[in-house]
Design a protein around this ligand. Structure first.
Ligand SMILES: NC(=O)c1ccc[n+]([C@@H]2O[C@H](COP(=O)([O-])OP(=O)(O)OC[C@H]3O[C@@H](n4cnc5c(N)ncnc54)[C@H](OP(=O)(O)O)[C@@H]3O)[C@@H](O)[C@H]2O)c1
Length: 295
């Protein structure tokens, strides 16, 4: 029996940093022909060892690819990179946009896709560096249903689950709701640890008290322990957290949704970023919870 070539579409991945590197390894491990590019080439070169072709520029990366994934910082960096790749796109190529770009961002990028003649799929992901490395992301996907069979092996390689949520834009809106939650939880853990500390209780007892209960989660224990042990290597970069909270606030304002909580969380993340923590993990929001002396 001859193999259906669509089962292994040629893939290009633009962006191989915290998230993209793990995704690339899993795409290659799944046997998909893969070309990668990253602005800082040192982050892409090691992927040659897992069988990826490493391209020198975005246009060379997308040449011949049926599916092009973008995993870059924000809508501006995605737009810039895709425009730089324009000469290389194969006719009918499908652009799967996995970065977190918000509501205005996804609408803008869909317009860029139309202008460049690309078929566009809005596909932000849930999960941080660990799940990206393990091929265990959750893909929130929106776009033309006809593209599902082509994309199935791609999403199966990077994720444990794909949730199709409708047309372009719905997935990016859902992603904002998910990230508002994740970042509120991280800030909530920091806030309760700091309160325990400031009330003269060992903050480790907070993690012990909630352990195994209905409000516990691996994220609560993992981020809480990282805060108390001073481990802040980026799994989900704090600068990205600030960017996502800005997208949440912008979208909430446009929709007339109450955003008082997201505003407070944003202000803590922005304070930690201003204190030089943008390159660390979101757990470094802990540093925005220093005690203030009573007057
Ligand atoms: N980390 C997470 O937990 C997580 C989870 C889900 C979704 N996301 C989203 O996924 C995306 C990538 O996240 P990440 O954690 O991998 O981010 P990251 O480690 O900060 O990497 C950002 C990437 O964007 C590139 N970039 C930035 N500005 C650029 C420009 N002007 N032109 C070309 N490339 C540019 C960087 O290139 P250089 O390497 O050259 O700097 C790098 O490849 C973001 O939208 C993020 O919000 C992250």
């Amino acid at each position: 029996m001859t193999e259906n070539p669509a089962a292994r579409p040629a893939v290009a991945l633009l962006g191989t940093s915290t998230m993209g590197a793990g995704m690339a390894r899993n795409l290659a491990a799944a046997g998909l022909p893969l070309t990668v590019w990253n602005r800082t080439a040192d982050k892409a070169r090691p992927l040659a060892r897992v069988g990826a072709r490493v391209a020198e520029d975005p246009a060379a990366a997308v040449r011949g690819a049926e599916v092009v994934l973008t995993m870059l910082f924000d809508a501006d960096s995605v737009e810039q990179t895709v425009r730089a790749a324009r000469e290389g796109f194969a006719p009918g190529a499908v652009w799967v946009q996995t970065s977190t770009v918000g509501v205005e961002g996804v609408e803008r990028l869909a317009r860029v896709a139309a202008e460049l003649g690309l078929r566009f799929v809005d596909a932000p992901v849930l999960g941080t560096r660990g799940p990206a490395e393990q091929g265990a992301l959750t893909v929130l996907a929106g776009g033309d249903e006809e593209l599902r069979p082509l994309l199935e092996p791609v999403f199966a390689a990077i994720g444990q689950r794909t949730l199709w949520v409708g047309g372009v834009g719905a997935a990016s809106r859902l992603k904002l709701a998910c990230n508002a939650w994740v970042l509120t939880v991280v800030d909530g853990v920091a806030s309760s640890l700091a309160l325990a500390r400031d009330l003269g209780v060992d903050p480790r007892l907070f993690l012990e008290a909630v352990r195994g209960g209905a409000m516990d989660s691996p994220y609560v224990q993992g981020k809480g322990a990282a805060m108390l042990e001073g481990r802040h290597e980026a799994q989900f970069g704090l600068g990205g957290g600030v960017k996502d909270l800005e997208l949440v606030l912008e979208a909430a304002a446009a929709a007339g949704s109450d955003a008082a909580l997201a505003r407070a969380v944003h202000d803590h993340f922005a304070a930690a970023a201003a204190a030089g923590r943008a390159g660390q993990d979101v757990s470094a929001v802990w540093f925005a919870h220093e005690p203030t002396r009573p007057s």
